[in-house]
Design a protein around this ligand. Structure first.
Ligand code: SF4
Length: 205
């Protein structure tokens, strides 16, 4: 007989009263949202992903995430789609693969904007769903997040491993239950190119 799942009670760093959650997409973010709600954490979802190409894909991912935030009654911030600046920042690294230096620049840009918003709106703790996917290097995500948070006094990037204690399995369950759109590539035009040449790829998350 399977035991009833009991969630861990999460405590943000520094006993922070509220958290700014950078979200990359609904499938990765769903488990983080449910985990924070279950722990009574006051959080806001911040959607800033100028890496996503094309615009139609960006709108699908954003609207899916917004819909779920509205369902859970969680504040959702829709930040800019400054795709041209993103392309300028990764210039010269078009041929790099995933987990490469291009991805560090991509994370840096998204987290710098997240940290700026946090600074302007009195959040002391930021975190992200970016480390949730098995395709991502958690250390790479955490070091970029920590670097962005360090730009502001007393700001912390919460490096909690959202995959553990069954988090990865629940991510999949929530995505199925909610019927989330399942992207087949990380997001940028270069990852789309790589996905197109990869045979038999499945869902990305
Ligand atoms: S592969 Fe993903 S993380 Fe890397 S640069 Fe492209 S969108 Fe960003």
């Amino acid at each position: 007989m399977s035991e009833k799942f009991v969630r861990q009670k999460l405590e943000p760093p520094e006993h922070a009263k509220k958290v700014l959650l950078h979200s990359c997409c609904a499938p990765c973010c769903g488990e983080l949202m449910e985990a924070m709600l279950a722990s009574g954490i006051d959080f806001t979802v911040f959607f800033y992903n100028p890496n996503i190409y094309p615009r139609q894909e960006y709108d699908i991912r954003k609207n899916e995430n917004r819909r779920y935030a509205e369902k859970l009654n969680v504040p959702f911030v829709d930040a800019d789609y400054d795709a041209l600046n993103w392309l300028a920042r990764v210039k010269g690294l078009e041929s790099a693969g995933e987990r490469s230096a291009r991805c560090s620049i991509c994370f840096d840009m998204r987290f710098e904007r997240t940290a700026l918003y946090a600074h302007e709106h009195d959040f002391k703790v930021i975190t992200s769903s970016l480390g949730m996917s098995r395709w991502k290097d958690r250390d790479q995500v955490n070091s970029c997040g920590t670097r962005a948070a360090s730009r502001y006094e007393n700001m912390v990037f919460w490096t909690y491993n959202w995959r553990k204690y069954g988090g990865s399995a629940r991510m999949v369950e929530i995505a199925k239950r909610e019927g989330f759109y399942q992207q087949k590539y990380c997001g940028c035009v270069y990852s789309l190119r790589n996905a197109n040449v990869r045979e038999n790829y499945g869902h990305y998350t």
